[in-house]
Design a protein around this ligand. Structure first.
Ligand SMILES: NC(=O)c1ccc[n+]([C@@H]2O[C@H](COP(=O)([O-])OP(=O)(O)OC[C@H]3O[C@@H](n4cnc5c(N)ncnc54)[C@H](OP(=O)(O)O)[C@@H]3O)[C@@H](O)[C@H]2O)c1
Length: 322
């Protein structure tokens, strides 16, 4: 009897220790390495993801593979990553209206191909999506529970990508980001809004910016670190909104850029009807990050992130107030 008691006690200690080890993700992460393939590695978000994952990153550029060509994805069979992050996209929103075939091929069929290969090799699939899956009529930040209703070809193609990923593999994270700015600049768009504003101002141009479209500006460095945290913490699979905290109009964003940098400029707020575009854009596409916060992942306000970005790009050299 005493013997059984001692054995049970020993068992409890061993199980207790195991419990400790299995609950201590930080410790497990040190032991179990996670290899993360990043598709679109030279892009704005992709290049910051490569930096965020450091030696665990397997950077894959457009030259290495094409998401629209399933054969080219077979390289992943040999690399055998634990996670595949798909940042590849055709996202020139106005061009997408006129090129629906290419738009759906890259953003939807491409997402499907990456999801299929992820399932084949039992890797987690992370698909980067967009605030443009929403129609912008809600008037307050969209949550992950809100039903998408895209209003342009790009948004429809990304929503189709989300649905295909969800349908193909349970082991998925759909990460919706918005209005990205990062040091690499969007290769698909030829830069980003911040750089365009600074270039126009330095050229002495008067600048008109829409003041009736609201979004959540997002620094790709912050988004990349949050995505890393989602994976590190092994959050439940599903949809996550990942943006910097808060929202503003594009005019307010431009105003902040010039206030922080101190660049003199003639900047005017205009309404979007004065700036007609081929693609309709949601009027209010800010994303709620409450779900992310509920898992202990906090995002700093967009204007703080903007200051850091401007410093990193060498547009400012010291701390300034806004
Ligand atoms: N930029 C934004 O404001 C914004 C807002 C919301 C959501 N998003 C989403 O966020 C993601 C990242 O955006 P980003 O600004 O980082 O874009 P990006 O700078 O244009 O990066 C996309 C990368 O994907 C590569 N790529 C394009 N087509 C490909 C293909 N068929 N096969 C393989 N690689 C391909 C591009 O390479 P090449 O340049 O060599 O073709 C590029 O390196 C995208 O999924 C986008 O839909 C972006």
């Amino acid at each position: 009897m005493a013997n059984t008691k001692r054995v049970n006690q020993k068992r409890r200690i061993v199980l207790g220790e195991l419990g400790f080890y299995f609950c201590n993700w930080d410790l497990i992460n040190k032991v179990v390495k996670m290899r993360v393939a990043i598709i679109g590695a030279k892009g704005q978000l992709g290049s910051d993801l490569v930096k965020a994952f450091g030696e665990d990153a397997i950077p894959l550029t457009h030259e290495d593979l094409d998401v629209t060509d399933f054969e080219s994805l077979k390289i992943l069979n040999e690399l055998k990553p634990d996670v595949i992050i798909n940042t590849a996209a055709y996202h020139k929103t106005d061009e997408c209206e006129e090129n629906p075939e290419k738009t759906f091929l890259v953003n939807s069929v491409g997402a499907r191909n990456v999801a299929l290969i992820s399932k084949e090799i039992d890797a987690i699939n992370v698909y980067i999506s967009t605030d443009y899956v929403f129609d912008g009529t809600k008037g307050e930040p969209y949550t992950e529970e809100d039903v998408p209703n895209p209003i342009n070809v790009y948004g429809v193609s990304k929503y189709a990508g989300e649905l295909l990923v969800k349908y193909i593999t349970d082991k998925h994270y759909i990460i919706r980001v918005s209005s990205l700015f990062g040091v690499a600049g969007a290769s698909g768009k030829g830069g980003n809004f911040v750089e365009t504003m600074i270039k126009l101002a330095k050229a002495g141009r008067e600048i008109n910016v829409v003041n009736d479209i609201v979004m959540s500006p997002t620094y790709t460095r912050d988004a990349a670190l949050a995505i890393k945290e989602i994976l590190r913490k092994r959050l439940p699979y599903g949809i996550y909104h990942v943006t910097n905290d808060g929202f503003c109009t594009w005019y307010e964003f431009a105003k902040a850029i010039f206030e922080i940098t101190g660049i003199e400029v003639s900047l005017n707020p205009i309404t979007s009807d004065k700036f007609p575009t081929k693609a309709k854009r949601p009027k209010f596409s800010a994303l709620s990050i409450e779900k992310l916060k509920s898992f202990g992942i906090n995002m700093r306000p967009w204007n703080e992130a903007l200051k850091d970005y401007l410093r990193e790009k060498g547009h400012i050299y010291h701390r300034t107030k806004i």
